[in-house]
Design a protein around this ligand. Structure first.
Ligand SMILES: *Cc1c(COP(=O)(O)O)cnc(C)c1O
Length: 394
């Protein structure tokens, strides 16, 4: 029987799966997956059989990416999200409830800070901010209500470091059930693996180095199987639905293939840029873990295999001159985000960290005149020449 044109436009024409074995996983750009029969569908829904049935629940591209990131982080399992903030909120909502206490470092990505400071108290979660670089301040805050400790290292935007092993030990000695959550966006698993140091959960804005090409917004969470099962079923499936699209997952999977090559180059270039800035008379201070002048240089050497490519600095200049400097950069693009091939420069107090009030900025050690630089993959001498010509403008 010849079906109607309208029907033929929709059904059929599938290539036989036995005819090819693609080197790279194709993009499964599909919202749903066809069941073999009703019993098969029921088993998939009941979790009695593994398989894909709806892309919000799971999709081959996001599963492959999640397994890849989990593997690189030495974690058992992982799950992907449509943004880093999707990853953060899924972790928070999966494990914290009214009456629980969250202890967080005070230097955080601006939107994470806003979620913790403004969002969570709305739901009855007690949030205590502290300086986790000082172990005594953590011990003072630990209580029977402590459910989670949250930190970034190196922290956005001022490159403060936290000793992950020391925080995990202090918390787990107090109560082994406390979840240590580390945002590893700045370091990537190529430079630092928090799970090996005692963390329970690692999360990423994969928008940044893991994708590496500035063309995707995405996030990921990795950890022990039972924790990730909770993040996937509650956090992603019911709470925020921040599911990663198959194409974005495919792009990030592709990006990760060159992560080691990119990171080696990012790191070596950043070291040259940091040394240039540190020796320039118009620069007041440079915050880069690779410099001996960084107060936590020894911790960086112990905890990371290289020092990353993020740095922050202040000029010996007025606010207006600092602004003129940023505006004079040409090769270094004036934009937020980080970890891209392009060198990016921005002003945290008025941009990524504008969620912090003036006192909160001071308390978190984020100077109002701080400038953040994400050193890209251009020739380092060209990045330096651009910074130099911009410094000459003031
Ligand atoms: C960018 C960033 C986030 C947020 O990720 P999005 O992908 O923008 O949602 C979280 N943490 C850190 C450290 C970041 O740099």
């Amino acid at each position: 029987m010849q079906e109607n044109f309208n029907t033929r436009a929709i059904h059929g024409h599938k290539v036989d799966k036995t005819l090819c074995d693609p080197l790279v996983t194709p993009i499964y750009q599909t919202s749903t997956f066809v069941f073999e029969n009703a019993a098969h569908g029921a088993k998939l829904f009941a979790g009695e059989q593994d398989g894909f049935f709806y892309t919000r629940i799971d999709n081959p591209n996001s599963r492959e990416l999640a397994m890849c990131i989990a593997d690189l982080e030495n974690a058992e399992a992982g799950v992907c999200f449509s943004s880093g903030m999707g990853a953060v909120t899924a972790v928070i909502w999966s494990f914290l409830s009214s009456g629980a206490q969250l202890i967080a470092d005070k230097t955080l990505y601006g939107c994470t800070f806003e979620l913790f400071e403004q969002g969570l108290p709305q739901y009855g979660v007690q949030v205590d901010f502290t300086d986790l670089a000082d172990p005594a301040s953590l011990e003072k805050l630990l209580s029977p209500k402590t459910k989670m400790i949250y930190l970034e290292t190196p922290a956005n935007p001022n490159l403060k470091l936290i000793d992950i092993a020391a925080v995990a030990k202090a918390a787990h000695d107090y109560n082994p059930e406390i979840l240590i959550v580390v945002d590893n966006t700045f370091a990537t698993p190529y430079l630092q693996r928090p799970i090996d140091l005692g963390a329970d959960i690692v999360l990423h804005s994969t928008t940044k180095y893991l994708n590496g090409h500035g063309d995707v917004i995405a996030g990921a969470v990795v950890g022990r199987q039972e924790l990730i099962a909770d993040v996937q079923t509650k956090g992603l499936r019911y709470f925020n639905g921040a599911v990663l699209g198959p194409f974005e997952a495919w792009l990030i999977r592709r990006g990760i293939k060159t992560l080691p090559l990119r990171m080696d180059r990012h790191c070596s270039s950043a070291m040259k840029v940091a040394e240039f800035l540190e020796n320039h008379p118009k620069i007041k201070v440079v915050y880069f873990p690779g410099l001996k002048s960084h107060p936590q240089h020894d911790l960086a050497t112990r905890q990371m295999s290289q020092y990353g490519a993020m740095m922050a600095f202040e000029l010996n200049a007025t606010k207006e001159e600092s602004e003129k400097f940023i505006n004079s950069c040409k090769l270094c693009r004036l934009a937020v985000s980080l970890g891209d091939c392009e060198t990016l420069i921005q002003h945290p107090a008025s941009m990524t960290h504008s969620t912090y009030g003036p006192e909160e900025l001071a308390d978190a050690g984020i100077s109002e005149s701080l400038i953040r630089l994400s050193v890209g993959l251009e020739a380092p001498e060209d990045v330096i020449a651009d910074l130099e010509q911009a410094l000459n403008q003031i």
